[in-house]
Unconditional design. Sequence first.
Length: 118
Amino acid sequence: QVQLVESGGGLVQTGGALRLSCAASGRTFSGGGLGWFRRAPGKAREFVAGITWTLGDTSYGTGDMKARFTISRDIAKNTVYLQMNSLKPEDTAIYYCAGRATTTWSYWGQGTQVTVSS
């Protein structure tokens, strides 16, 4: 059974930083990768960042995510991280870890709440 378990969410002030972690178990994602999505209240789910498991190639969502967020992985720990800096109130959302064996995001964590106060 595949499990993706997120941690590291919480409440932070504008301009602060958080580091999210996602520990994967039940399979490896060597043919695909892991990533992060978020869903803000009243909005559609949004891609935040992704990383290919073998090569470590990264991709980021729209806007200034690439400038403020950094995705990384620890192959030995089967864990992916999302370092978020310069957080803004509009970053408030539930952040979900996702995994893909090939091209489709098929595995999802339960989410971790990130709240940025103004």
